[in-house]
Write a protein of this length. Structure first.
Length: 149
């Protein structure tokens, strides 16, 4: 299999983000960390991924600063993987992916789960993109331009 080029220095923000979190296993590890999993064995059991792949993905998430290692909360010799601020900042991306999948990746009546507000128990609203004046934006309403120095 051909080795792909790194996107870490690419000028496109989407390309750089895909370098850090675009791998399927990496996003599922982040998801599990958001749901409270912290130990290698918990991730391995939840994901069913081979240990060598999990090791590589965890190492990459540590290297990219999305996860950090902390001593086990129970005082054991085990270390726990904990989301950093950078890792927690993936939350809106995860919500956007969930909401897209709820609309397009399931057949009518197919079993899934939904994200609800812990306080009210009600389903969260769809994410929306708004202009600085409050207008709801769609794909045709935006363009790209060079960032000013």
């Amino acid at each position: 299999m051909a080795k792909r080029n790194s996107l870490k220095e690419d000028a496109c923000p989407v390309a750089r983000s895909m370098e850090a979190i675009g791998d399927c296993w990496s996003m599922l590890i982040i998801r599990d960390a958001m749901l409270g999993k912290k130990r290698f064995g918990e991730f391995q059991k939840s994901l069913g991924v081979a240990k060598n792949i999990l090791t590589m993905r965890l190492r990459a998430l540590l290297d990219d600063g999305l996860l950090k290692l902390e001593p086990g909360a129970d005082g054991s010799a085990y270390q726990e993987y904990v989301l950093t601020d950078k890792g927690r900042a993936v939350f809106p991306i995860m919500v956007a992916l969930r909401q897209w999948a709820e609309d397009y990746a399931f057949k009518p009546g197919e079993e899934t789960n939904i994200m609800v507000d812990r306080e009210t128990g009600r389903r969260i609203r769809k994410l929306e993109l708004h202009a600085d004046d409050g207008r709801l934006l769609d794909l045709g309403d935006v363009t790209l331009k060079p960032a000013t120095a």
